[in-house]
Design a protein around this ligand. Sequence first.
Ligand SMILES: Nc1ncnc2c1ncn2[C@@H]1O[C@H](COP(=O)(O)OP(=O)(O)OP(=O)(O)O)[C@@H](O)[C@H]1O
Ligand SMILES: [Mg+2]
Length: 274
Amino acid sequence: MVVEIEGVSLHLAHPDELPVTWVGQDEVMRQLLAAWLVIDPQDLPMNPRLLGKPGVGKTTLAYAAAKRLGREVYIQQATVDTRPEDLLVTPVIEGEARLRYVASPLVTAMLRGGIAILDEGNRMSEKSWASLAPLLDNRRYVESIVTGIKIKAHPLFRMVATMNDDASTFDLPEYIHSRLQPQILIDFPERLEELAILRENLPFGDDYVLNYVTDFLQQAHASEERYTVRDGINIARFAMKLAHEADTPVRGETVRVAITQTLGEEALRYVARS
Ligand SMILES: Nc1ncnc2c1ncn2[C@@H]1O[C@H](COP(=O)(O)OP(=O)(O)OP(=O)(O)O)[C@@H](O)[C@H]1O
Ligand SMILES: [Mg+2]
């Protein structure tokens, strides 16, 4: 799709389609949807940031919430070398000395009234964040240096940034932090929720394995270990494959092998002794 702004043709990105369902943890879902609400003609939506350990479900929550609003969702993956133009408009050479201007997923969401997920936002430098400052306050526009145009966000445009609370990331400057509010913290789920999440992601999962893995994860959470449901999904998946390959039912030994090969020997200390 092509949209024309101030005489410049912008080629839009495609929305993302993911098969995800959010299980349990209603409170963080409610907070995210509330942040996006507009409750008065003079009100503005907020730009929340989702914070949590790698693999706790940040991207899944952002996507599932956006889908609940029934709108197009665009995921913009941030990395250390995301440049300002990658967030806005990039020029691409097309044929003989012709340029095509390609809108980022973020800008496409702005134009289409969709929802942008700026994923792993804290991997991105301050310089790139600076190009979004006017979008994140009451101005709600960006300025593309490459094309020289100003792009206004559609009133239905919403955005959310996800951020890992690990060390391999940038500390954002205060003026960016203050524009990415509220902060929504995703914590480890309770036992029953964690089991339900494993079931949702592995519907063919063996009860014995899913319960074994849930107990393991809960033990690890209790010790503030960084293992998450994503590790649990990988462990359960591998254990079931191993058993399938050997044509035997899954036993504790098989799950312990899967734990070791997913997280290393030291993870076995969270396995209950039987
Ligand atoms: N509440 C939940 N409901 C359904 N699935 C969940 C839930 N929480 C986590 N998951 C599952 O856990 C896995 C990891 O989730 P996700 O990729 O969203 O984590 P993340 O926090 O974005 O991780 P990263 O920081 O590495 O990007 C996915 O397979 C996801 O489906
Ligand atoms: Mg993620």
